[in-house]
Design a protein around this ligand. Structure first.
Ligand code: HEC
Length: 165
């Protein structure tokens, strides 16, 4: 009996290793891949670009990585870790599929992802756990907005030169 127990003690972990990471771990890993490759950290993680695409775990997706000011006003990428706390995976999918966000949020990226992809994305963000503070709220054009932000200036249309002289 002792020998059998010993054998099991050795074989069970070996079998678990052979089966690879759990489905949950694979979902989180795939979600991490989609978030990183999808550029979400570029705007939603403070210091991501400045550090060559890296950040400590406490900073990941905590919002306001890159803020923007343009003719639409000033926008601050929200803290996605706090955002997902209030949602289950189904609600996250429904939200991002119908998202109406101001520049420079590329809302169209979600149309390239399946529900499975979006579920995995959610699993990754949710697994990071809540951290950070909510990002600053949107500020309409012409009102004082706290920086830093990238300012996008749309140049005036060039004056058309007369061609009949
Ligand atoms: C170029 C910058 C940029 C990139 C890249 C980007 N976002 Fe955003 N995101 C923003 C900004 C700015 C807002 C806020 C827009 C507003 O105020 O209307 C936003 C808003 C959102 C919201 C809306 C949250 C709410 O409160 O309704 C979600 C969800 C979101 N982003 C998820 C993502 C995900 C997931 C990715 C990667 C696929 C991503 N974003 C990539 C800039 C970006």
């Amino acid at each position: 009996m002792k020998k059998l127990m010993l054998l099991l003690a050795v074989l069970v972990p070996v079998a678990a290793l052979a089966a690879g990471p759990s489905a949950e771990k694979r979902a989180i890993e795939h979600g991490r891949f989609l978030i990183n490759y999808g550029g979400c950290q570029d705007c939603h993680t403070p210091g991501w670009g400045e550090n060559g695409g890296k950040a400590s775990k406490d900073k990941l997706l905590t919002g306001s990585g890159m803020n923007f000011q343009g003719p639409w006003g000033t926008t601050y990428p929200p803290n996605l870790r706090l955002y997902v706390q209030k949602l289950n995976a189904k609600e996250w999918i429904a939200n991002v599929r119908s998202l109406k966000a101001r520049p420079l949020m590329p809302v169209w990226v979600f149309s390239y992802l399946s529900d499975r992809d979006l579920t995995d994305m959610y699993a990754y963000i949710h697994a990071l756990g809540p951290a950070g503070e909510p990002a600053h709220a949107y500020v309409p054009p012409g009102q004082d907005a706290p920086g830093p932000y990238l300012k996008l200036i749309v140049p005036a249309a060039p004056v058309e030169k007369s061609t009949n002289n």
